[in-house]
Design a protein around this ligand. Structure first.
Ligand SMILES: *[C@@H]1O[C@H](CO)[C@@H](O)[C@H](O)[C@H]1NC(C)=O
Ligand SMILES: *[C@@H]1O[C@H](CO)[C@@H](O)[C@H](O)[C@H]1NC(C)=O
Ligand SMILES: *[C@@H]1O[C@H](CO)[C@@H](O)[C@H](O)[C@H]1NC(C)=O
Length: 903
């Protein structure tokens, strides 16, 4: 019930918006205001007046009393209203995404390429839509298109090569991509041919491809491959194939100069150019992109090819009774069209035909063309009607990417943020609706059809939350979904175990591109001077074998076990260091006291230092980096060419430093609009390709590495987060379910949890006792359900999950009286009083590090370090104190454990 209720509310919101647009677009405002039965409704509180002195519009701060304004100055109101309308439509023009594409294989399968260049399939397993990954191997690069020809699946890589999917029959049938481009050798004896884009014929038997050099090639047969080179039009090239008209056996192409050509192998000459004979002013060059052919639109045997111009207007090339004609359909007010999508038609009941368009700012418009309109004289007024479907809440349709009609009344669009959205008739589509439509479904006249948006999640390759299908029996099986209500009955209570729908709109609040403008806010928190050293003084190098320590005077030491003896190794560096902010492939990234990023790496058998700040775009003062390098128990994510480390600059920007194969490159990812970044909460451990940060205003934001978008997350006004790194817990390596733990500014523990059924949730854990708050940042997590934290009283506290309930445990601090810690004192130190004066075994707020799967290292207030170990299931004991070059408490250099009693 509540699901329908929500859909209804969203429908209401959208339909109210449609009204606003329609009024401004089609009604004469005079009429609008004169009609006495219509109440004036204030839609904005911003008004402008035209200043003749300045020759520009100036915003009026306090609007005059609106009622007299309407009566006496109707025309002025009209202008102001129009201006406001324009301002609203002057949304940000979206960037053109390079790789996104949608391909329909069948009713039950859609192949999608995300902006990351990863290929995934949305497959209906009979119970729900599941997601299966089909990535090209790393060495073959990013995919840009998928073609299904004669039931063979071909993928096109960004570099211009084709790969064919083969299923290897073996123990497990495992699909692999095999190089297909070499078959193009049959039509070239010189350079290899590289493919740019392609179109498959309606019967799916042949494919036409546009090469990077601008010629047209045809894949006439796949098995065995047979290619035909059709060359290019005289004096022009082929920049895109716009459509293949199967009835006339011609291929329409557009050149890079924006002219339309047709190719017909049976005619002489085979290439023909369609010129603009009537020199219409608004008609100019065409966008090299996919068009759309409709038959019988203006007369029974007419053919209409719809195309877009570079200005974003719709034009039609119409063939009727052997005569060609251009018809200009224009565009909705203040909108530039960027892609055309045809829709499935319910022939029996339609009086008009609809085409759908995405605009440069990410909205979707429908153009309803009444059938048989060609009889109108001169075609001055083609008579189509524009209808806005806006875009899903907090998301925009990707610019220039055609949608994919699934069925009558269901169209899939790629969103600019990497997700998908379905525009569907209310109650007839969305995430949980399978491919078959109810038999009794009949589309009524188009004026009463209501479309709504459903957002569909994308997998982690795009930085989103959809999980891949599994080999196990159950609802999410890759081949056949099986209802499994006996298991997890509590969680998967809905029929398919799917999450609540329409909820996701609330979590991700869209923000503009990274902000240029930073307004100092009163509440803004300034980072303390020792911020970097207190957070990044310790860093794990090799699990259980070695870790690094930066001393308070900037020296670097490594604590390493050599032949079962623990020693401190001093590492020389030319400058004093502040902290170690990242670790990649055995190289450490440090920040020196001047804020430069210095890389320490192995070069052969030598240690080499590299100044990463001394590179293009690298001259930022860095104050923070990646909190953790990996999660214990979770396999390292696969290597990608986009592997990077992220840093925070002193000016509050997020910086990306690409490190894959030492192909170093800096990128400024900016900051969420108007907010400085305080620290990185998590880099890609919780979600691949996502960097969670806290703003200095105490709110959480995320940066998507794939599409450069910033999002804000819903967060109560009352919850202000501290500006420290967070800790991630992911209980199951195969599931994305998990939590990010942070501290609130008043020292309580806060959890931000995600699971497939309830999506995002904030949980406040508070503190173990009154009077104790948490200091520094959350410590490492273990076993997917345990978290170590430092209290203001110098004790370590454990937050752990016990039988589905969170509990606290006091782990204290290491003390000499502790039965577990054996003080192996050295002879030279006799002056007990002095020792006690300099020794303070309480735990300092320095961010601790995990040392192995079951131990962690903390810094003590006297500068020594102490290791705490997991014994049994949830029992943590202090196992040793490590004297450091940083401590005046030189009572011992290492103390072993009397572990026999406890282990
Ligand atoms: C639409 O196109 C015109 C002409 O190319 C351009 O001046 C205008 O800025 C564009 N507007 C949007 C919103 O893309
Ligand atoms: C590193 O490079 C930066 C920028 O060129 C420079 O200011 C800094 O002094 C260099 N640091 C070292 C240790 O060479
Ligand atoms: C990791 O380091 C090794 C040795 O220096 C190097 O050969 C390799 O290319 C590096 N791998 C990546 C992914 O950067």
């Amino acid at each position: 019930m509540s699901k329908f209720h929500l859909i209804y509310v969203i429908w209401l919101v959208l339909s109210i918006r449609f009204c606003i647009v329609e009024v401004s677009a089609s009604c004469c405002p005079h009429q609008f205001f004169r009609q006495s039965n219509r109440r004036f409704e204030q839609k904005t509180d911003r008004f402008w007046k035209f200043s003749e002195v300045d020759d520009r519009w100036i915003e009026v701060k306090l609007p005059c009393d609106l009622v007299p304004c309407v009566n006496s100055e109707g025309s002025k109101m009209e202008e102001e209203h129009e201006l406001d309308e324009k301002r609203m439509n002057l949304d940000m023009v979206l960037p053109l995404r390079k790789r996104i594409s949608l391909t329909k294989m069948s009713e039950t399968s859609v192949w999608i390429i995300g902006e990351s260049g990863c290929i995934y399939e949305r497959f209906w397993n009979g119970l729900e839509w599941v997601i299966a990954p089909h990535d090209l191997p790393l060495s073959q690069g990013h995919a840009v298109a998928v073609f299904i020809i004669s039931q063979k699946i071909l993928a096109l890589s960004e570099s211009g090569n084709l790969y064919q999917m083969h299923v290897q029959i073996g123990e497990t049938s495992h699909p692999v991509w095999i190089e297909f481009t070499h078959t193009l050798d049959q039509i070239t004896d010189s350079d290899p041919i590289l493919i740019k884009s392609g179109v498959v014929t309606d019967d799916r038997k042949r494919g036409y491809f546009c090469t990077k050099k601008g010629s047209l090639v045809e894949l006439a047969e796949v098995e065995p491959p047979r290619w035909i080179n059709h060359g290019q039009p005289g004096g022009a090239n082929v920049a895109a194939i716009t459509d293949v008209a199967s009835t006339r056996e011609v291929v329409y192409t557009i050149s890079s100069t924006g002219d339309l050509y047709e190719y017909n192998s049976k005619s002489k000459p085979s290439w023909k150019r369609h010129i603009w004979q009537d020199k219409k002013a608004q008609v100019s060059s065409l966008i090299p992109s996919k068009g759309c052919t409709l038959h019988g639109l203006s007369a029974d045997h007419s053919e209409s090819l719809f195309l877009l111009t570079k200005e974003g207007t719709l034009v039609e090339r119409r063939l009727h009774q052997r005569k060609w004609k251009w018809v200009v359909h224009g565009n909705p007010p203040h909108q530039n069209l960027t892609s055309i999508t045809s829709s499935f038609r319910d022939e029996s009941s339609e009086t008009s035909i609809s085409l759908f368009f995405t605009t440069s700012v990410g909205s979707v418009f429908e153009y309803q063309i009444p059938k048989q309109l060609g009889t109108s004289p001169n075609n001055q007024f083609p008579g189509g009607e524009w209808k806005s479907h806006q875009h899903p809440l907090h998301a925009k349709a990707a610019r220039g990417k055609p949608g994919l009609p699934l069925q009558v009344g269901r169209i899939l669009f790629a969103l600019d943020d990497g997700r998908l959205a379905e525009l569907h008739l209310s109650g007839q589509g969305g995430e949980s609706a399978g491919p078959s439509l109810p038999q009794n479904f009949r589309r009524k006249t188009s004026s009463t059809t209501k479309y709504v948006w459903s957002i569909l999640d994308a997998p982690a390759s795009e930085g989103w939350n959809a999980e891949y299908c599994t080999d196990e029996r159950g609802p999410r099986n890759c081949m056949t979904g099986i209802k499994d209500e006996s298991k997890d009955s509590g969680i998967t209570s809905s029929v398919t175990g799917r999450r609540k729908q329409s909820q996701e709109h609330h979590y991700y609040l869209s923000l503009g591109k990274g902000g240029e403008l930073i307004s100092p806010s009163e509440e803004e928190f300034n980072l303390p001077d020792d911020w970097i050293s207190s957070n990044f003084r310790l860093r794990l190098m090799f699990e259980g074998k070695s870790f690094f320590l930066v001393t308070s005077d900037g020296m670097i030491f490594e604590h390493v076990c050599i032949e079962s003896v623990w020693i401190w190794l001093k590492h020389e560096s030319s400058t004093a260091m502040n902290g170690i902010v990242g670790n990649y492939n055995g190289s450490l990234f440090m920040v020196d006291t001047f804020g430069s990023v210095i890389l320490r790496e192995w070069s052969g058998n030598e240690i080499a230092w590299k100044n990463c700040s001394d590179m293009r775009k690298g001259r930022n003062v860095v104050v923070g980096g990646q909190p953790w390098d990996r999660l214990p128990g979770i396999a390292r994510k696969r290597v990608t060419t986009e592997d990077s480390l992220f840093f925070v600059s002193k000016s509050g920007r997020l910086l990306q430093f690409t490190v894959y194969m030492r192909k170093f490159k800096w990128k400024d990812c900016k900051n969420p609009p108007n907010v400085k970044v305080a620290s990185i909460v998590d880099q890609e451990l919780f979600r691949e390709n996502i960097i969670f940060v806290t703003g200095r205003n105490g709110r959480i934001y995320q940066y998507n590495k794939v599409n450069d978008l910033w999002h804000e997350h819903y967060q109560s006004q009352h919850l202000i987060l501290s500006n420290f790194p967070g800790t991630v817990i992911r209980p199951l390596s195969k599931s994305l379910t998990g939590s990010i733990f942070m501290f609130s500014r008043d020292g309580g523990l806060v959890e931000y949890n995600w699971n497939t059924w309830n999506e995002w949730n904030w949980i406040e854990h508070g503190t173990p006792y009154k009077g104790v708050t948490f200091v520094g940042s959350p410590g490492p997590s273990f076993e997917g359900n345990q978290l170590l934290l430092i209290g203001s009283d110098g004790k370590v506290y454990l937050r752990y999950m016990d039988k589905n309930a969170w509990k606290w445990k006091d782990c204290g601090f290491p003390s000499l009286g502790d039965k577990n810690v054996d003080a192996d004192r050295e002879e030279e130190f006799n002056d007990e009083d002095d020792l006690i004066f300099k020794c303070d075994p309480k735990v300092r707020s320095t961010r601790p590090i995990p040392f192995s799967d079951d131990s962690a290292i903390f810094e003590l207030r006297d500068g020594r370090l102490a290791e705490i170990q997991l014994v049994g299931e949830k029992e943590w004991v202090w196992s040793r104190i490590i004297g450091t070059p940083n401590s005046l408490c030189l009572q011992n250099y290492w103390i072993t454990v009397a572990s026999s009693s406890s282990s």
